[in-house]
Ligand binder design. Sequence first.
Ligand code: MG
Length: 305
Amino acid sequence: MARRSPLFLLPVDDSSTSLLATLAKLARLCPPSMKKPTSLLFVLALSSTAAFAADDKPSPIGYSDTPIIPGTQWKVHDIDRPRPEAVKPADKLGQPPADAIILFDGKNADAFVSKKLDEKGKPTKEMIPCVWKIDNGELVVEGGDSWTKESFASCQYHIEWKSEPHTKGNSQKKGNSGTFFMDLYECQMLDCDNNPTYADGMTGCIYGQTPPLVNAVKKSGEWQTYDIIFTAPKLEGDKVVEPAYVTTFVNGVCVQVHTKIMGPTKHKNVTDYSGSFPAAAPIRIQDHKNDPPVRLRNIWLRKLP
Ligand code: MG
């Protein structure tokens, strides 16, 4: 009776560890005449060829015979589902990717406007070109709040800021600024390096509502970064039917995780979503009259659905 080759007695597997195990089994099962290293290598080569031949089959790039994903028009792995466009990321983390809207890159403050102040220093309703000066490629926050010219809703937002260690005052008077999404919801920027203040006023908080999970600020005098995913409220007409949310990173540390914003942020007060709300609005950056002023750099955003 013809002797069956051990090759056909053992399963072929595509992992190298299994191949080694197979080789060991072959060594035990082979007749003495095949126990020479060259014979075993030949068997191993055959097994490998068979294994890699199975991998030559192209992987499907989509399917059309799969179930619909609930809540969508698309099937699982749908071959017709539009693929996301390519976006070139920045070479260095924190720099704007190719599809970002640049709000400030050190050259000019053209993306912003300010309010003209009256003789008592109070803001009027008249909008004027941004009064913040640029020094050393940095935006010096002095002369009142500023607003983006363009209106935004949901977005991915990046900003860097610095407060000098010798800034006068304490608590909310020291190194205070902030970004108000839609001109209503403040994500706080504050010198929180050895500067005690109330929890819902610390850097990374939703002001007056939710403290940051941790205090992730660097030392005063160092540049701090904010990366914020802001989800605008959902509206029916001008009424809010779903609140706004934020996910926030301070210096790369997550301090808010899809946190609900309860309503417009206020000093010493609570709010809700009563009344009319816009679908989009300018972003406001706060001048809290620090001495010396807070400085900003590298501000950009990406619109999100
Ligand atoms: Mg503030």
